[in-house]
Ligand binder design. Structure first.
Ligand code: PLP
Length: 414
């Protein structure tokens, strides 16, 4: 089946036309780490720097106004992309990690106290664990983990009602796990959080590239995403926050452009979102991320999900027939969001990735920044193939062929 999207990407176009000096023939199965970027994103960024490059939000001349317009237009695209109620609910950050740190430093440290609890899941990325460990260290609050079923990755209703209690002040959960690929029941978690007066934070790093996000439907108080995971540039991300919450929070970083008025001794803050965007902003990157979001909308999330499922099913069906391969998490392709994590008996995941790299296949191996999950599942490391709409069935078949030979290459007879 021909993949009509690959020509939109310089990376794949070069490979497919066999004129890639560096990546000739490479099969890229590491989108969960970072996606490839279409021409459209690169063009939008170079257009911004060629035609509107001035420091946004401060100059009074027309070039600076153009830069401001491009930057604020990007904010409006992000707001629409996740169905925020108002553009001012979108804060540009560097990535999901910075978005979560912003909430931890600004909301967490200032609102929690000893005896309070922060509830996260056992499958969180380190970005959604360590900031909360820090808040607990500063405030005396306790970190509580929602555990999942070790086979399926599912978090049960009983677990939710056992762990989210009157002591809970923050619930923060990954939407789609970067290891298990599972989609967590965010609406249930939001309801449980709000029923006890807690706020709900969603780590959308892996969900936002794969399906349509509606922060109002999820009833999330905060939602974090990274541009580079959804075909945008590295170094730009966004944090959605409900306006009344953002207005009640102190700034995270302090400096230029986030102020209303400064005296020798003190300062007052700009309105949201600018209160949270100190210093010169990454306008070119914001423009690039907005172009990526428009591109994904044009591809269509129904198409992306359909393609995810076709590829994931082909991949997992093939892997099921290779002896010694074990999935980490569910063996149901419809529960994986294109993320297939696995081990092979007797072959270290780092060796799996290195051997596949020699065959020009790029996958991720290691702890995937989710060490508490690995400890819970009692595995030291795992390998991960992650797919997107630009991957093909032919690539899956090559991957399966190489995978079936890995044990032999490692010295085993069967
Ligand atoms: N959360 C999840 C689920 C992730 O998969 C990642 C990155 O892989 C992150 C957070 C952190 O994203 P970033 O490195 O873009 O901040």
């Amino acid at each position: 089946m021909e993949n009509k999207y690959r020509k939109d990407f310089p990376f794949f176009k070069a490979i497919d036309e066999n004129n890639s000096k560096h990546n000739n023939g490479l099969i890229y199965f590491d989108t969960a780490a970072t996606a490839q970027r279409p021409y459209l994103v690169l063009d939008a960024m170079s257009h911004f720097y060629a035609t509107a490059n001035a420091n946004p939000l401060r100059g009074l001349y027309s070039l600076s106004e153009r830069a401001t317009f491009a930057y604020e237009d990007a904010r409006s695209t992000v707001a629409k992309f996740i169905n925020a109620n108002d553009n001012s609910e979108i804060i540009f950050t560097r990535n999901t990690t910075e978005s979560l740190n912003l909430i931890a430093y600004s909301y967490g440290v200032n609102n929690l106290k000893e005896g309070d609890e922060i509830c996260i899941s056992i499958m969180e990325h380190h970005s959604n664990i360590i900031p909360w460990q820090m808040v607990c260290g500063f405030t005396g609050a306790k970190l509580v983990y929602l555990e999942c079923d070790k086979q399926t990755g599912e978090i049960s209703d009983e677990e939710i009602s056992k762990k989210i209690t009157k002591k809970t002040k923050i619930v923060s959960c990954v939407h789609v796990s970067n290891v298990l690929g599972i989609t967590n029941p965010i609406k249930k978690l939001s309801k449980a959080a709000h029923d006890v007066g807690a706020i709900m934070i969603v780590d959308g790093a892996q969900s936002s590239p794969h399906f349509k996000i509606d922060v109002q439907d999820l009833d999330a108080d905060f939602f974090a995403l990274s541009g580079h995971k959804l075909c945008g540039p590295m170094g730009i991300g966004a944090l959605y926050g409900k306006k009344e919450l953002l207005e009640s929070m102190p700034p995270f970083l302090r400096g230029g452009e986030m102020i209303e008025y400064v005296t020798r001794e003190t300062a007052t803050w700009a309105e949201v979102p600018h209160k949270f965007e100190a210093g010169t902003v990454s306008a070119g990157d914001a423009v690039g991320m907005a172009a990526a979001m428009r591109y994904l909308n044009n591809v269509g999330f129904d198409k992306i999900q359909e393609h995810d499922l076709i590829l994931t099913k082909r991949l997992m069906d093939g892997m099921k027939s290779i002896p010694h391969v074990k999935f980490v998490g569910s063996d149901d392709p419809s529960k994986r969001c294109g993320i297939v994590t696995f081990t092979i008996d007797g072959v270290h995941p780092h060796d799996i990735a290195s051997l596949l790299s020699e065959e020009k296949i790029a996958i991720r191996a290691g702890h995937h920044c989710a060490q508490p999950l690995q400890q819970y599942l009692q595995i030291n490391a795992s390998a991960r193939a992650s797919l997107y709409f630009y991957n093909t069935e032919a690539e899956i078949d090559i991957f399966l062929d190489k995978l079936s030979q890995l044990r032999k290459w490692s010295g085993y007879k069967d």
